[in-house]
Design a protein around this ligand. Structure first.
Ligand code: HEM
Length: 428
């Protein structure tokens, strides 16, 4: 057996099994961090069998990239480590999913660049500046609604509502549809967790039904805006023409699904983990409270680093190659573990420490340097900044009263519920 074959047999030197959803991924966060520290130090590019899923390839597996330098190197070489073959999660995407989930996050240039050029129009600094007022007003309303209660669920009552409202507002989705969009996005990204699959349905049907509903909503809205444009992003997208091209109705629908899942679940988990981190680190709350405006920019990035709401993204080798000294073959699946790279002691001093003033903070929570770097990073930072400013100035003693109830997933570092308490009435 060659050295590569030993690695591929799944007999890693550490015995750590990254495909174990109910063992490894359900373990407490410090245990997860310790295991990744061991992998980074002893076996930074280990090979694992595919995790359990309806689409699991029993003979397949993936390389796990855990060091920041290797994540950066792969991100910078998208022609070798591509996004457009199979999927960006471990199992290849089944054919029936492509209609809804065949969005730009799973494409390579030149198709990716074409779509990104068109949709970037929806994310211009001018449009985002206009959105700032909406973000602030929405955050204020969210806190207004809970402030007299003295307690609530931080996920559904606080963290989830801001990104949902903003993404829907951005696209021009009417408020009457917010609940539907929220439930559907939970199903799409949380379908590995029994709590999010409607009773009596299997995972595949649940995901396709949810995505089909989102797509229909967007096709209808797109048709309306093509006739009668407003100043929302849907109008910009259906009427944008770049080099004679515009988005087709199906491209618009799958972009919306991407935005809903990429923009909602991530931001809401970041805000929820942020509240948990603040509770666990009272010294850092004090530092932040002492200078809310000054500390917010670094604090928000530190939350994204430690939360790493997107745990990994997959790439696929387009040719035989090498990464960090490990040989890889064409077609190999490579998981870039942003969560692990964000705790790499080679780049982050005292990496498990929550340090709201950490600077520099070269984290890859929004992805590595390359074509797929998060399109919504500015918006996400803005949403988180405004939400925490609102919370820290109006309910400064907000704290969690139980540990986060975590999503069963190795892809999304999700929080399903997080009870919090604060002095009722707060500061108006
Ligand atoms: C804290 C919040 C967020 C986190 C942690 C996050 C994380 C990420 C990551 C890691 C990627 C890279 C995917 C890859 O490597 O292939 C990504 C891509 C993307 N994100 Fe975000 N994201 C956040 C918020 C948002 C928001 C608010 C939006 C939009 C409303 C958004 C839209 C997108 C889109 C469209 C892409 C795909 C870009 C492309 O393929 O060119 N994200 N995000």
């Amino acid at each position: 057996m060659t050295p590569t074959d030993v690695t591929r047999s799944g007999r890693g030197v550490t015995g750590i099994d990254l495909s174990d959803l109910d063992g490894f991924w359900a373990a407490p966060i410090p245990a997860r961090a310790a295991a990744f520290a061991e992998l980074r130090a002893r076996d930074p590019l280990s090979f694992h069998p595919e995790p359990d899923s309806p689409w699991r390839d029993p003979d397949g597996g993936f390389h796990a990239v855990t060091r920041l330098d290797d994540v950066l190197a792969a991100s910078r070489a998208p022609q070798v480590f591509c996004s457009g073959r199979g999927s960006t999660s471990i199992p290849d995407m089944p054919a029936e999913f492509v209609e809804f989930f065949g969005s730009m996050i799973g494409m390579d240039d030149p198709r990716h660049a074409r779509l990104r050029r068109i949709v970037s129009r929806g994310f211009t600094p001018r449009r985002l500046a206009r959105l700032t007022e909406d973000v602030a007003a929405t955050a204020r309303r969210i806190v207004d609604e809970v402030i007299d209660r003295g307690e609530c669920d931080a996920v559904t009552d606080i963290a989830a509502r801001l990104p949902m409202t903003i993404v829907c507002d951005l696209m021009g989705v009417p408020a009457s549809q917010y609940d539907f969009v929220f439930d559907a996005s939970n199903v799409v990204l949380g379908a590995g967790d029994p709590d999010y699959v409607p009773e009596g349905s299997d995972i595949v049907t649940a995901i396709l039904t949810a995505a089909g509903g989102l797509a229909e909503l967007m096709r209808d809205l797109g048709a309306k805006r093509a006739q009668d444009p407003t100043d929302d992003v849907t109008s910009a997208l259906v009427n944008a023409e770049i080099d004679g091209e515009r988005l087709t109705p199906d491209e618009l629908a799958s972009f919306f699904i991407l935005l809903v899942v990429a923009g909602n679940e991530t931001t809401r988990n970041a805000i929820s983990w942020g509240l948990h981190l603040l509770t666990e680190n009272p010294d850092q709350r004090d530092v932040w409270l002492a200078d809310v405006d000054g500390v917010t920019p670094t604090a928000v990035d530190e939350i994204v680093r430690l939360a790493s709401p997107v745990i990994f993204m997959r790439r696929t080798c387009t040719q035989d190659t090498e990464l960090g000294g490990t040989a890889m073959r064409e077609g190999d699946k490579v998981a870039l573990f942003y969560w692990a790279a964000n705790r790499d002691p080679a780049h982050f001093t005292d990496p498990d420490r929550f340090d709201v003033r950490r600077d520099p903070n070269p984290h890859v929570g929004f992805g590595g340097p390359g074509p797929h770097f998060c399109l919504g990073a500015h918006l996400a930072r803005r949403e988180m900044s405004v939400m925490f400013r609102e919370l820290l100035t109006r309910v400064p003693d907000i704290h969690t009263t139980a540990p986060p109830s975590r999503l069963r997933s190795m892809f999304i570092n999700g929080v399903k519920a997080l009870p919090v308490a604060f002095t009722a009435g707060g500061v108006r």
